[in-house]
Design a protein around this ligand. Sequence first.
Ligand code: COA
Ligand code: ZN
Length: 327
Amino acid sequence: MSASNVWNGARKRIFMQEVGTRDGLQVEQAFVPTEDKIALVNALSRAGMAKIEVTAFVSPKAIPALRDGEQVLREIDRVEGVVYSALVPNVRGAERAVDACTDEFNLVMSATESHNLANLRMTREQSFNGLVEVAAIARNANAAVNVSLSCAFGCPMEGDVPVQTVLDWCARHVDETGATGITLCDTTGMAYPTQVAELTAAFRARWPGTELTLHFHNTRGMGLANVLAAIDAGADRFDASLGGIGGCPYAPGATGNVCSEEIVHALELMGYDTGVDLAKLVAASKLLPGLIGHDIPSQIVKAGQRLDLHPRPADFDAIRERALAKG
Ligand code: COA
Ligand code: ZN
């Protein structure tokens, strides 16, 4: 274990936030039955995820897969200490989130105009003004307010996004929306480690008291590298999705989030405390192909954990004898 991951004899805590039931299921063709969604959230709670984004209160025409959000949130078993969150894009979504007793409203808008219009059919300014109202509704209901800023590391339509643009939107949300948490989202896997380190360090320096989450997609294979770069730069909260499923249906070329079990597997090996029971997480992930009707990206489900060993070949003794006979 690296000494840098241990503070005063305790392992450094990294908070894992599951988004598979929202970012994951939103892009699936199959409608996962409500009782299966509830069972999945319950399994994730028991596995020890710190926060679960249970659903999205968006237009059922935009995302039919999550049209049962209220029922799922109402019928899950709420485990003490786990925060149950939902994505909320507008006032109508906020009213639904209040009805469903959502712990945290995850407000969403994009750092770029093109993706905001494609995804939410509003300009950024229109989104922002609506979200100020949404935040007031959340506070009135004693719910926490987090803002997820999509395309913070690059936009599939506009390309690079200036760091200053991202920080300016964060500032408006911290100051005017009153968000106590901000999630910087790499919606289409455009982030790379040195860029992640720079933005994480800049955010941390400016808003040390604001909860910062990093949300990576593994679209170009840089997901885990980005998580490690963010930790080194001061981050301790990550969104990830069971099985590595997910993606924004309104972002060209989007693919799955970083995979929860891959991130937990790597971080625990490195000496971090994720609070997650990996065996329970993997068991939940193995349910996914049956629910969504296709294979999942998870390398841990495919390959097993690092020390899941295999029997030697059936003719191993003969191989050894032949080798020894050669002197
Ligand atoms: N929940 C349920 N229904 C909603 C809703 C919400 N949060 N917001 C709008 N609607 C309904 C309206 O009641 C209206 O219904 P009607 O046609 O039966 O009258 C319809 O959706 C259109 O409403 P409007 O306000 O004109 O919305 P829009 O068509 O401009 O779409 C959003 C705006 C934000 C609602 C929509 O684009 C959306 O839900 N996007 C989410 C996309 C997403 O989740 N992306 C992935 C995650 S980042
Ligand atoms: Zn995402």
